[in-house]
Design a protein around this ligand. Sequence first.
Ligand code: AP5
Length: 212
Amino acid sequence: MKIIFIGPPGSGKGTQAKRLASRLEVPHISTGDMLREAVAEGTEVGRKAAPIMALGHLVPDDLMIEIVDERLAKADAAKGFILDGFPRTLVQAEKLDRIVGNGKIGLRVLQLLVPDEAIVRRITLRRTCPQCGAIYHLENQPPASDSVCDRDGAEVIARPDDNETAVRKRLDVFHRDTVPVASYYKAKSVLREVDGVGPVDEVFERIEKSLA
Ligand code: AP5
């Protein structure tokens, strides 16, 4: 199964995509995670992307398409995948159609709906594990022990783009560039809208129902 998660920043794409990938035993491919890894490793892609991400802007389409094309060519993606954070523009969506066979083979697109007012609070209280990528929220899903990842004991951190100014910019970019991508998939009848508000388990149940 080929699944795409679309949603504003902080709508729970990463939280839900990780869980669904483990349930379906397909890779979770997050372009945000791939870029953050490149930044941490200091690669050329990482050096280009870091300042763009910190401001909440989009990394150029040609760079993103190259990264995703290369990742989807790996053997583990042959049986299916969950894409989180790609495509984010119509140019990326059209290119992805060509990569995965014009969207005809088992493609499902899940759009998580969360109002903008809820987003800023979710994001400013998010913490992530720099080692394993686990996602926490200081109120809703805190680590068991203060500021330390439950899985590997690493110190959990706030992402550099999780400040209020960058979040508001990311929301603007989402409405301008990514909402048209949802409409693009709606016109192809592969879009499912899922209410992303409520406890994580309930949102996951809605996602599973929408895929049944
Ligand atoms: P990316 O990493 O994709 O960031 P994003 O889309 O802004 O999404 P987030 O990771 O912030 O949120 P999420 O929806 O995954 O929510 P999460 O599950 O963490 O991209 C970062 C940057 O990289 C972009 O700004 C851009 O610069 C660049 N980039 C990436 N892909 C690109 C592309 N294709 N083209 C161009 N540039 C690209 O949850 C958020 C918080 O809420 C957590 O604390 C979580 O615990 C909590 N939470 C989750 N679910 C719930 C719930 N149901 N109720 C309450 N709290 C919840």
